[in-house]
Structures are given as structure tokens and as C-alpha cells.
Ligand binder design. Structure first.
Ligand code: 5CA
Ligand code: ZN
Length: 414
């Protein structure tokens, strides 16, 4: 699939620190330097299921991982970034059925809208952007290998994966079985289906149902399960034990646990080095979600002439791992802040920039702490606006340095 057009990113004349990220599996901060010197840092971020895109929860998650890509680059590493599009799955088919529009048409339209929103938000594109449909050969090959390993069985023509085939099952989320069972039921799983060996076993190939799209396979006509899609794409395009598996915290279980399980069953080495999860954005007292319909769309704000940089700034005022609630006032504040930033850089000279640049890079390398980075920028803006015209205390190149670090590290182009 085509990704989107990336923004140009200015290069910095100082190097940022190595990046440490909080790992869901170990509960600790892990410093991520590529294992082989000189090789790229490897990142997978779960992509959208293309309907009701792009709401501010999606945007917050992708802007969060965009900060990771930028922090790695600023630390001197190349990045190899892979993202999927779940362009065939139950919720998309249900939506298509409900609105009477072909599922392919919804998927195409919403993926295109997502691309435009990501471009407007200056999110760097993945190097590999792959749909589930175009990944079916990869998925089929993975299921065949899982079958050879004795890790699958059939229930009425559907192929299931045995979670106990991976000795490390459960170590990504760290949840107990009761929690896993509850979350599995809430997030697309079928813990109560009769005929399964373990309630947590998940479907990897869903046999054709009347009215549903299907593809030929050695297991009969059908379509891929959700988890095996990301497992197969990540293994093929990033290899074993890549650096970061990312997504929102609602993917901690079952999705990322199952992806890890599928791959670890075949490779016996960790799927990813770190599992990083973005917090959930709420609205009207609940998680912003397609199923609840409490959505604020990036495209709606853009259509209302809101500067996409103000949307990005409003999102980055929250730590990417925090859960928080969207209020329109945050956007108004971001619009005002941008105006102040622009006024301050227009001064040309300003308060010394070097400490700000150092602090911005340090904050982002420390678990992508954008609020801390922005606090440093706020301090510089206040000082610069407060001392405008006081040539003896000012740094003549300050504005240029601040503009560059805002753009390179925070994705804010003033
Ligand atoms: N296609 C799958 C991943 S393989 C999927 O979860 N798609 S999604 O469209 O539902 O979500 C896309 C991304 O946005 C996921 O990483 C998800 O965790 C994240 N996300 C969804 N809702 C929110 C929210 N309210 N706040 C923050 N992130 C969210
Ligand atoms: Zn995924």
C-alpha cells in the first residue's frame, strides 16, 4: 500500500541522547540502541482499522510514536518503520453492512483520509505500509508454520491458535487469566465458544461465512484473524526481536500478547524488545471509540480551519502514555500558544537557545516526554517576549535554533 508523503525534517547540529522507553512487559524503562551498531532502529506501530478515522485518540497515538521516530533520528540512528492497515476485519464488515456501502470502498476512503490527516499533522510515514488483504500470502504462510509446529486446531472449519504453544504467553501484558479472559471477550475474542481447548485460544483463519469476503487457502476459503496479520507483517518486514511494538494501551491484551505468541512459537526468541503503549484519549467521560461514537475527527477540525499544528500541539501537551480527556478548550489554548511561539521567533534574537535545545532533546529521549519539552519552549518564549529589544542579554541565533528543534524533535513547523 502507498503510505503518505513525509514532511521534510531539518537536521540538528547537536545530537540527542539515546532513547529510553517504558516497556509494558517489564514495567521498566529500557534504553533502545540498535543491537547491531549502524543498523536501523526497528519500529512497528499497529495501524488503523479503516472506518471512523482519524479521531483524536488515533492521532494522539500516531503523534506519540512519531516522537519516537524523531528522537531516534536525533540520536543518530536510522529508523525502519512498519505499519499495517486492518482493511478486512469484523468491525469494518459490520460497519459496511450497517451503512450499505461496500467494505472495500469504506476502507479505501478512510485510509486516504488517514493519510491526509497524518500529512497535515506532520507525522513521518512508515517505510512499509501494508494492508491485511495484500498480506494474506504472508498470513497463510505463517499459519502453515504454526500448524506444522502443532500450535493450531480446527473448530467447525475455523483455525485456532493454542496460546499454550508459547511458553512465554502472558509475559507481554503480565495479566492474570481472569483479566485476560475478560479483556479477550471485550476486544474481539470469543472465550465462550464451545469446542475450543482453551477459552483464550484465538482465531487465525476464519472460514468463509455467507455474505463475507473470503480468499482461498490450504485451510479452505476464509479470511485472516486479526493478531496473525500484525505478527506476519512484523516478522517479515522487521525480523525477530525488533526494537518496539507500539500501539494504544487497548492493544496490550489480547492483540500484542497474541502477536508475540504467534511469532515466539515459531522463533523461540522475543517478538519485540519493548512493548510501548499510548494512553487512551477520552471524550464526554469515556474512551473515545468508534463503538461508542464519541468522536472528534482531525479532518473535522481541519475543515473548520483549525491549524493542524495547533491540533498536534494540543495532543503533545499530554504525555503519550497518560490517559486524558479531550476538551475543546485545549485546542483554543494551543492556538494561543502557537501565536505566542510565532511572535517570539519573529523577534529573531532571543533568550539563549542552547539550554532549550538540550532540554527538548533530553525530555523526548526520556520516554517521549513532550510536556516537559514544551515547558522548556514556553520558558524560552516567555523570556524572549519579556526581554525583546534587550540586545545585551540576547542570543542572535536563538529563533533559528528554536524553530529547528521544534520542527525536528516535536514535529511543529511554525
Ligand atoms: N487495526 C487495529 C490495530 S492492528 C486497531 O486497533 N485499529 S484502530 O483503528 O481501532 O486503532 C488504531 C490505533 O489507535 C491503535 O493503536 C489503537 O490502540 C489507537 N486508539 C484507538 N482509540 C484510541 C483512543 N481513544 N486513544 C488513544 N489511542 C487510541
Ligand atoms: Zn496490530
Amino acid at each position: 500500500m502507498r503510505a503518505w508523503t513525509g514532511p521534510d525534517v531539518p537536521s540538528l547540529d547537536v545530537r540527542g541522547p539515546e532513547v529510553a522507553l517504558h516497556d509494558t512487559a517489564s514495567g521498566k524503562a529500557v534504553t533502545l540502541v540498535p543491537v547491531e551498531p549502524g543498523t536501523p532502529a526497528r519500529l512497528y506501530v499497529c495501524g488503523i482499522t479503516p472506518y471512523d478515522a482519524t479521531h483524536l485518540g488515533h492521532a494522539a497515538t500516531y503523534v506519540g510514536f512519531d516522537l519516537l521516530q524523531r528522537a531516534w533520528r536525533n540520536a543518530g540512528h536510522d529508523v525502519r518503520y512498519v505499519q499495517n492497515v486492518t482493511d478486512v476485519d469484523d468491525p469494518l464488515l459490520e460497519r459496511a453492512e450497517k451503512v450499505g456501502v461496500p467494505w472495500e470502498q469504506i476502507a479505501d476512503r478512510e485510509t486516504e483520509l488517514f493519510r491526509a490527516d497524518m500529512t497535515a499533522l506532520r507525522v513521518l510515514p512508515p517505510d512499509v505500509y501494508l494492508g491485511a488483504v495484500e498480506s494474506i500470502p504472508l498470513v497463510v504462510a505463517m499459519i502453515e508454520k504454526l500448524a506444522e509446529a502443532g500450535a493450531t486446531y480446527a473448530v467447525d472449519g475455523d483455525v485456532y491458535y493454542r496460546v499454550d504453544a508459547d511458553a512465554a504467553f502472558g509475559s507481554e501484558s503480565g495479566y492474570d487469566r481472569e483479566t485476560m479472559r475478560a479483556l479477550f471477550g471485550e476486544r474481539g475474542g470469543d472465550p465462550d465458544r464451545p469446542g475450543k481447548e482453551d477459552p483464550l485460544d484465538c482465531v487465525v483463519w476464519r472460514a468463509e461465512r455467507p455474505g463475507e469476503p473470503s480468499w482461498e487457502s490450504p485451510f479452505g476459503p476464509g479470511r485472516p484473524g486479526w493478531h496473525v496479520e500484525c505478527a506476519a507483517i512484523a516478522l517479515e518486514h522487521l525480523g525477530t526481536s525488533f526494537d518496539v511494538q507500539g500501539g494504544g494501551s487497548d492493544l496490550t491484551f489480547p492483540h500484542h500478547e497474541m502477536c508475540a505468541g504467534h511469532v515466539q512459537t515459531l522463533t523461540q526468541v522475543p517478538f519485540a524488545r519493548v512493548y510501548s503503549h499510548a494512553g487512551m484519549v477520552g471524550y464526554d467521560g469515556e474512551k473515545m471509540s468508534k463503538s461508542k461514537g464519541n468522536l472528534v475527527f482531525v479532518s473535522a477540525l481541519r475543515n473548520a480551519e483549525i491549524d493542524p499544528m495547533a491540533i498536534r500541539l494540543a495532543l503533545m501537551r499530554h504525555h503519550f502514555r497518560a490517559d486524558w480527556e479531550w476538551h475543546d478548550t485545549e485546542l483554543f489554548r494551543a492556538v494561543d500558544d502557537l501565536e505566542r511561539f510565532r511572535k517570539a521567533v519573529a523577534v529573531g534574537a532571543g533568550a539563549p537557545a542552547a539550554p532549550v535545545v538540550t532540554e527538548v532533546l533530553a525530555a523526548l529521549a526520556a520516554d517521549l516526554d513532550a510536556p516537559r519539552a514544551l515547558a522548556a519552549v514556553d520558558g524560552w518564549v516567555d523570556a524572549t517576549l519579556g526581554t525583546a529589544g534587550l540586545a545585551d542579554t540576547s542570543d542572535p541565533h536563538a529563533a533559528a535554533s528554536v524553530l529547528t528543534v521544534l520542527d525536528a524533535a516535536l514535529g511543529l513547523r511554525l
